[in-house]
Design a protein around this ligand. Structure first.
Ligand code: MTE
Ligand code: CO
Length: 425
């Protein structure tokens, strides 16, 4: 199969030349005709939308995507949703591009439903082993020095249903418990300095104001490093479902620690061992012992297109493979992709900003000869950590785990262009 490690290289140029020789319309025009539609709108006719004035300004006070994109939505999985108040919806990553997740499509995970907080009644309590206990209003927080950072937020249970084998048919469901947005917030360090830490201050308890009252313990070292008390995502105030008006942003660490609707921070000298860090978010090993405090999300990647919900609609020819890579240990250094189940690996092209602990977009362009493919991607981060295969992961962790499955995903592209979730060993 012809392929190219350098997208600016010969085979892509050959494709473009081929496209021009074929009239240039073959790719785009072919797609439009194949999708049906109204021939009256097609060239050389004047289409409907050119004959009439459209909506004026501010008719749509808060803009929404085109009605033709109404299928691009968060979805839940029925058998994972016993109750909507304690469940998860998944980001449609197969429909997105670039490194940023739009606010309205960020997956949600709630343990007690969405808290509807009136910002005028919002308070953040900071107490415990501090010189001066403090209560902040939202305005207090907004008055403090703020920074902007893009970070991925991945639930530790992302891909958890795949531990024992391929199960869910679509990367929205296998990998969609992730989003990556640009946060605006105050470094937690600034708040802690304001209160003044006692010498024995070693851990923090973060508590949510939702009905679940979710709590997690956070080591002081991380708290003083890059943790944010955030109130904006992609420029606008946090969405209610993502923690309005204030949430914790704990870069690179499991999303369960990103406490939403943040109500209280208590400073202590040891961890609290609450529910979410004992009975949940620990990993039972084969020998009966459990891994605890597995905070960091290791390097991982997934091909978002082609994928089961994003099949290949052209029978063969120039094909853009696209995906996402991320690491809780820092920046993504390289992504490798294979079209033949791991026999040959090629370096993908990272495109757009490669931020620390944020989603990184990759592409690999190739000429598809129409034969079945076994697609995989493998992320390498700046520490040199290489994303493992699922078998490598199981050899170390056994079969009891749910959380922290960062194994390599395989998609089987059939000659028809349809794609299914498979595993190869
Ligand atoms: N914070 C509170 N207060 N309540 C919750 O239920 N769920 C946690 C975390 N923070 C949760 C919470 C879990 S398990 C995840 S995966 C993330 O929030 C999800 O964040 P998101 O809904 O913005 O995607
Ligand atoms: Co979670």
């Amino acid at each position: 199969m012809p392929n190219n490690d350098d997208p600016k290289g010969t085979s892509r140029r050959a494709f473009l030349r081929g496209g021009l020789i074929a009239g240039g319309a073959s790719l785009v025009g072919g797609g439009a005709v194949a999708q049906g539609g109204n021939p009256d709108n097609l060239p050389p006719n004047v289409p409907d939308w050119s004959r009439y004035l459209g909506d004026g300004v501010a008719v749509r006070e808060y803009g929404k995507p085109s009605s033709h994109e109404s299928h691009v939505i968060r979805r839940d999985v029925e058998w994972l949703t016993a109750s909507r108040e304690s469940s998860v919806s998944f980001t449609p990553i197969h429909e997105l591009d670039g490194p940023i997740t739009p606010n309205g499509l960020c997956f949600e995970r709630h343990h007690g439903g969405i808290a509807e907080i009136d910002p005028t009644d919002y308070r953040l309590i900071l107490h415990g082993l501090v010189d001066k206990p403090l209560v902040f209003t939202l305005d207090d927080i907004k008055r403090m020095p703020r920074i902007n950072r893009a970070y991925f937020c991945e639930c530790a249970a992302n891909s958890g249903m795949e531990w024992r084998g391929a199960q869910l048919n679509g990367c929205q469901f296998t990998h969609g418990m992730i989003h990556s947005v640009m946060y605006t917030g105050v470094p937690l360090r600034v708040l802690l300095e304001e209160a003044g830490l006692k010498p024995n201050a070693k851990w923090l308890l973060m508590e949510g104001a939702d009905a679940a009252g979710m709590t997690r313990s956070l080591p002081m070292e991380k708290a003083l490093d890059d943790v944010l008390v955030a109130y904006r995502m992609n420029g606008e105030m946090l969405r209610p479902e993502n923690g309005y008006p204030v949430r914790m942003v704990v870069p690179g660490w499991e999303a369960n620690m990103w406490v939403k609707w943040l109500r209280r921070i208590e400073v202590g000298d040891q961890p609290w061992y609450h529910r979410e860090e004992t009975s949940k978010y620990t990993d039972l090993m084969e020998d009966g012992r459990a891994r605890k405090f597995t905070f960091i999300m290791d390097a991982k990647s997934v091909i978002t297109s082609p994928s089961p919900q994003a099949p290949v609609n052209h029978k063969s020819g120039f094909t853009v493979l696209s995906g996402l890579a991320w690491s809780g240990r820092g920046k993504i250094k390289e992504v490798h992709v294979t079209l033949d189940g791991g026999r040959n690996w090629h370096k993908a092209r990272l495109d757009g900003p490669v931020w620390d602990k944020a989603l990184t977009r990759f592409y690999y362009e190739f000429d598809w000869n129409g034969d079945p493919l076994l697609l995989q991607s493998r992320a390498v981060d700046e520490t040199g950590y290489v994303q493992p295969t699922k078998d490598e992961l199981r050899a170390v962790r056994g079969l009891n785990s749910i959380y922290h499955n960062n194994g390599i995903q395989t998609w089987h592209v059939m000659a028809s262009g349809e794609v299914e979730n498979v595993e190869i060993s």
